[in-house]
Design a protein around this ligand. Structure first.
Ligand SMILES: Cc1cc2nc3c(=O)[nH]c(=O)nc-3n(C[C@H](O)[C@H](O)[C@H](O)COP(=O)(O)OP(=O)(O)OC[C@H]3O[C@@H](n4cnc5c(N)ncnc54)[C@H](O)[C@@H]3O)c2cc1C
Length: 383
């Protein structure tokens, strides 16, 4: 039976940054994944949006660090992951949305975030041709950005390999053996391993991993669809998020990636719970109609591909990250909701500090937001 310092369950948005940080600190790491390669579940379904402009300290701090890591990735690791500081914007077409955004900006300013309010003409300069009909203005946070999930996952994978991480693909964790409440053995469909620490980053399947250990981890995947167009010359800057609800959908968002393709996504309303990766015929007509209404300039773009994935949701929209008191050598880092791609790099470092018992005061404050034992009755403003 092979033995490791750490076994990470899942080679996704959280598992790979975690594995890299452990291996760079000379820990022996095994990453197990059901799929045939890295990032094959929700990691590659993300559209690549990365923002620090959240409503709470935990997500803000973690994503500020993620942005720093992605922005400097090329310098540090030599790989191009398609980072672009193109910013985020939330245009407001309704009075209550303007108020909500302006109230939130006060909180964001108190955390030192660079976010401002643009009037409609100013917004039209960075998103030329946006519908001005009823537009009241927009937030703009120029330091937020985007990055290619495909390039990033591939770079994390090769950097992990270089740092000595062992990956076993097509291998599913199916059980555990415990000894005096610690996990003694990790059992898969192919083999059995032992490790000092087990880190659950199983995304959609986090709850099933918990069930194998008799603990309840409230993660419930819900379905979201996305699409990407052909590439064209750059014609607008930031991610555009329309917060309005319409029959069949809540918010929707789109941006032009570094290659010039417009990537877009919509939030179904009511949510579609479960895991179903089949694209639907409803998504494209629904989403494109809403996109053309706010941004008619998109009308001649050809859509190349659509896909469907899940947000691994928690009841309150915050992740679940921390040690498990009942099983002292287990760390859970799951329930990333719609933000696992942007949280991943910063969380990978934080998880290492949980593992190494080197948490700072600021880390402890971050972890309060992600506390696995909170009562889950709150709700994040922009989950
Ligand atoms: C359409 C869409 C758009 C999105 N856009 C964005 C965005 O712009 N920005 C953003 O930040 N987020 C976005 N997200 C959300 C983001 O994709 C997820 O939050 C994130 O990928 C979750 O990361 P994770 O590591 O928890 O899960 P994953 O990346 O899915 O990784 C979990 C891994 O665990 C493996 N696994 C599970 N169970 C087992 C087991 N028993 N044994 C072995 N391996 C196992 C899986 O195979 C998988 O590879 C989007 C999601 C969707 C669907």
């Amino acid at each position: 039976m092979k033995s490791f310092d750490t076994i990470v369950i899942g080679a996704g948005s959280i598992g790979m940054p975690t594995a890299l940080n452990l291996a760079l600190q000379k820990q022996s790491v095994l990453v197990l994944d059901i799929e045939h390669g890295p990032g094959q579940q929700n990691n590659k379904k993300a559209i690549g949006g990365v923002r620090a402009t959240h409503s709470d300290f935990g997500k803000i701090q973690t994503c500020l660090r993620s942005i720093e890591i992605m922005r400097t990735w090329h310098e540090v690791f030599g790989d191009d992951i398609g980072w672009m500081s193109n910013g985020y914007s939330f245009p407001a077409y309704e009075e209550q949305d303007e108020k909500k955004l302006k109230d939130l900006m006060q909180i964001q300013h108190s955390f030192g975030l660079n976010i401002k309010w643009l009037n409609p003409d100013e917004y039209n300069e960075i998103v030329p041709g946006i519908s001005l009909d009823g537009l009241r203005g927009s937030t703009y946070s120029p330091e937020d950005g985007s990055c290619s999930p495909l390039l990033q996952a591939s770079s994390y994978f090769f950097q992990c390999r270089k740092a000595g991480v062992e990956f076993h693909f097509n291998e599913t964790v199916t059980g555990f053996e415990l000894s005096e409440s610690r996990i003694d053995k990790v059992i898969t469909n192919k083999s059995t391993y032992s490790a000092g620490t087990i880190i659950n980053t199983a995304g959609n399947h986090a709850r099933e991993i918990g069930q194998l250990l008799n603990i309840d981890i409230p993660v419930f995947p819900d379905n979201h669809e996305a699409g990407i167009t052909e590439p064209v010359a750059r014609f607008f800057g930031p991610m555009v998020i329309d917060m309005r609800k319409r029959p069949g959908s809540a918010n929707f968002y789109f941006y032009q990636n570094i290659e010039g393709q417009v990537v877009f996504c919509i939030t179904p309303d009511p949510p579609i719970l479960g895991i179903d990766n089949r694209s639907t015929s409803e998504f494209l007509p629904l989403c494109s109609k809403r996109m053309l209404e706010v941004y008619p300039r998109l009308r001649y773009l050809k859509v190349r591909r659509v896909w469907r994935g899940q947000y691994p949701m928690t009841p309150d929209g915050f992740p679940i990250v921390g040690k498990c008191p009942q099983i002292p050598n287990l760390i859970n880092a799951v329930g990333m909701c719609g933000q696992g791609f942007m949280l991943g790099p910063g969380l990978g470092e934080l998880i290492f500090r949980i593992y190494a018992n080197t948490l700072s005061e600021s880390d402890l404050r971050v972890l309060q937001s992600f506390d696995p034992y909170r009562d889950f009755s709150g709700m994040e403003a922009f989950k």
